[in-house]
Design a protein around this ligand. Structure first.
Ligand code: PEP
Length: 253
């Protein structure tokens, strides 16, 4: 059975005090909502990783980073390596978010290296893919997303691939309030899964969790999460409000 995951992506938001309050609220409310096969992850700004991880303690809520370097150590001012995350026992890292691709020029080649570093450090990468609006309108979205998956993941062994979580996030739905319909999400998730199957076989593809991201809210989560190939969500804006985020987690039932 595939792992179900609801991950919050806080991006560059909150003071430390606000972050602690949000964490406490989520931790308090989510306890009864996390079912055996569902993981709840908070992907927080780098400086807050350790304090919030310590705050979470043995809670069922896990912590994640939003990026890591393609290098292990060295003269890379401002960067944070997968080995640093490992040394803090951070289990998850988002890689390839569209904002990283758009504002920091991250491409498939670079992301393949980052994926390797994350896996070598025993982190679980949440690998993001998704098409911009013009590509959706041109009707070439499936081709682009398959290419993104190929470039960053298809060099992996079967065992390595099994450790990846994929998040399909159509760029036109991120932070816009415009969610993909559940049919659009399901269709693309099925395309991604079939593409994985073409390289790794159906059994392996059926074991990979594929999350949907893009304006997930409490009032659309349940419908999106009920699609057969949607295994949870990567949630941006709505993860900054504890009640809304926990209501999204409830949509996982
Ligand atoms: C995201 O940034 O990963 C995201 C899905 O954002 P939002 O939920 O705000 O669209």
């Amino acid at each position: 059975m595939r792992q179900k995951i609801v991950a919050g992506n806080w991006k560059m938001n909150k003071t430390l005090e606000e972050a602690k309050i949000l964490t406490a609220e989520v931790m308090g409310m989510v306890a009864d909502e996390v079912k055996g096969n569902t993981s709840v992850v908070l992907c927080v700004p780098s400086p807050y990783l350790l304090p919030l991880k310590n705050q979470l303690g043995n809670s069922s809520v896990k912590i994640g980073a939003q990026n890591c370097s393609e290098h292990d150590w060295g003269a890379y001012t401002g960067e944070i390596s997968a080995l640093m995350l490992k040394s803090m026992e951070i289990p998850y890292v988002i890689l390839g978010h569209s904002e990283r691709r758009q504002y920091f020029g991250e491409d498939g080649k670079l992301l393949a290296k980052k994926i390797d570093k994350a896996l070598a450090a025993s982190l679980t990468p949440i690998f993001c893919c998704g098409e911009p609006l013009e590509i959706r309108e041109a009707g070439t979205h499936e081709k682009l997303v398959k290419q993104q998956v190929e470039e960053a993941l298809f060099h992996l062994s079967t065992d390595a691939l099994k450790k990846i979580v994929i998040a399909y996030e159509p760029v036109w739905a991120i932070g816009t309030g415009k969610t993909a319909t559940s049919q659009q999400a399901q269709d693309m998730h099925a395309v991604i899964r079939m593409h994985l199957a073409s390289k790794y076989g159906e059994q392996v593809a059926s074991e990979i969790s594929i999350l949907y991201g893009g304006s997930v809210k409490a009032d659309n989560a349940q419908e999106l999460f009920s699609c057969p190939d949607v295994d949870g969500g990567l949630v941006g804006g709505a993860s900054l409000k504890s009640r809304e985020f926990v209501d999204i987690v409830k949509g996982m039932k």
